[in-house]
Design a protein around this ligand. Structure first.
Ligand code: NAD
Length: 488
């Protein structure tokens, strides 16, 4: 088996342009989930460490906000070049600490770079509007300004892309930033910081405080933090939104998901089964846009399931660094145990297990592997339908028609993404108009919007107003002044 190439190292915080030892001496082990080996120790910082970083960010803000917007953008142009130059190395690091295969990791790096590219448009994106005549001799105009110190809290599943949803636009618009990466995938964030310094970012504009709950809560409570961008699981997103807004901060909290795909009887079944296979088992099902449930019309259900199982049987499972591997491990041993519990629960609930990922050879190995698992005849009273499992476990529900599929989908408390497989325009319109979800796909499996579109779900998949990315991102990280003038 491929050995990870990262030497065991002690990770440090990054504050005011310096690598520093946190005040807290508590650390946690970081594992390579494909091998189970410890690859680093991450500090579990304290509120004192957060305060130190926020002070540094607050000081840096005073000058950074004054720097002309095109000059800020120019640093991001340089950063974009560095990220492109280092993309192979970044992808490998993602595979080592997260487990997704190298191809997927390269895709993630590319998505991160696209966010930096979008943020280089800050001079355009920050422009205001004017009206030369609001009354006789009177005119008005809007100007945009940064909001101050922004805190970013990110999950383990996209260690590069999700931070890049936040800090490039936040700093391009003149804010300073304190990132709290996932303690399970902290390595990539530090590399992002090193490259930011190489790009010429002034000290203190971007800072990292590693840790867990205490760091998050300190950011939420800190008086000098103006806004919080959060991405993670539903209970934590709800907590972050409530505590952050209670402290009168601007908060966007992107949460968990249980994404439903719908396959109608006029769909191209070969395309549907390939797309759903990728969406359900790619990144080991650890995507907020993963397909978790498929509502398939009864008349094509057998054909669809046969194809899906056949394709799942061909998947190569293993270390994502190895050639041809599609399915890597889940993130931790505990997450594997939780997944196996859900598979048992599904059987007890009476769902029909048509492919059992526990039997795949790698599922017995040292890394945290679970093979592709498929349940047929799932119903909406089952836990495996309701809960976000966040692993390679797919539930299939047999439905009579599109109306029933939409009813099933809309019963879920989550509403992140949803996909429809059909060739019928009327069905697409009905789906678009009536489905509860923020991100829709037609004949594709993972409808993740690109950097220039807003990214987020509805219902329990999102707390806040302004989504991540696109013009919503610009809006979130800026505040406006309207000036009304009479020239006398
Ligand atoms: P998580 O909620 O466990 O952790 C996210 C962040 O919150 C981490 O930085 C973690 O340290 C912190 N955290 C965890 N528990 C906390 C607590 N009790 N109090 C304060 N902070 C806490 O999420 P995860 O397991 O790292 O990531 C997977 C989850 O993220 C899934 O639910 C997935 O759907 C979701 N996600 C959503 C999106 C989206 O766009 N909606 C994107 C990616 C991931």
């Amino acid at each position: 088996m491929t050995q990870s190439k990262v030497e065991l190292k002690k990770i440090q915080n990054f504050v005011g342009g310096q690598w520093i030892e946190p005040k807290s001496e508590v650390t946690e082990s970081v594992y390579n989930p494909a091998t189970g080996e410890i690859i680093a120790d991450v500090p579990i910082s304290s509120s004192e460490d957060v305060d130190y970083a926020v002070q540094a960010a607050h000081e840096a803000f005073q000058e950074w906000k004054e720097l002309a917007v095109p000059k800020r953008a120019r640093i991001l142009f340089k950063y974009q070049q560095l990220l492109v130059e280092h993309s192979d190395e970044l992808a490998e690091l993602i595979t080592i600490e997260n487990g997704k295969n190298l191809q997927e990791a390269k895709g993630e790096v590319q998505r991160g770079i696209e966010n930096v590219e979008f943020a280089t448009g800050a001079p355009n994106l920050m422009m205001g509007d004017q009206l030369s005549s609001i009354a006789s001799g009177l005119e008005s105009g809007v100007y945009r300004y940064p909001i101050g110190v922004v805190g970013g809290i990110t999950p383990f599943n996209f260690p590069m892309m999700v931070p890049c949803w936040m800090f490039p636009m936040a700093i391009a618009t003149g804010n300073t930033f304190v990132l709290k990466p996932s303690e399970r995938t902290p390595l990539l964030a530090n590399r992002l910081a090193e490259l930011l310094m190489e790009a010429g970012l002034p000290k203190g504009v971007f800072n990292i405080v590693h840790g867990s709950h205490e760091v998050v809560n300190s950011l939420l409570d800190h008086q000098q933090v103006s806004a919080i961008s959060f991405v993670g699981s539903q209970p934590v997103a709800e907590h972050v939104y409530k505590r952050g807004t209670d402290n009168l901060k601007r908060v966007q909290a992107l949460a968990g998901a249980k994404n439903h795909s719908i396959v109608l009887n006029d769909a191209n079944i070969d395309n549907a089964s390939t797309q759903i296979l990728n969406a359900a088992f790619g990144s080991a099902g650890e995507r907020c846009m993963a397909a978790s449930v498929v509502a398939v019309e009864e008349s094509v259900a057998d054909e669809f399931i046969d194809q899906l199982v056949q394709k799942a049987n061909e998947i190569k499972i293993g270390n994502g660094l190895d050639e041809g591997v599609f399915l890597g491990p889940v993130i931790r041993e505990q997450h594997k145990e939780r997944t196996l519990d859900y598979i048992e629960t599904g059987e007890k609930e009476g769902a029909k297990l048509v492919r059992d990922g526990r039997e795949d050879v790698n599922a017995q190995e040292q890394g945290y592997f679970v093979g592709p698992t498929i349940f047929d005849s799932v119903t909406t009273d089952m836990k495996i339908w309701e809960d976000e499992i966040f692993a390679p476990v797919l539930s299939i529900i047999r439905i009579k028609n599109l109306e029933e599929a939409i009813d099933v989908t809309n019963k879920s408390p989550f509403a992140n993404g949803s996909c429809l497989f059909t060739r019928d325009g009327g069905s697409v319109r009905q789906f678009r108009e009536t489905i509860d979800a923020g991100m829709l796909g037609v004949n594709i499996g993972v409808p993740a919007p690109m950097a220039f579109f807003p990214f987020s779900g509805w219902k329990n998949s999102f707390y806040g107003d302004l989504h991540a990315n696109g013009k919503d991102g610009v809006e979130f990280y800026t505040r406006k002044k309207v000036i009304t003038t009479r020239w006398v």
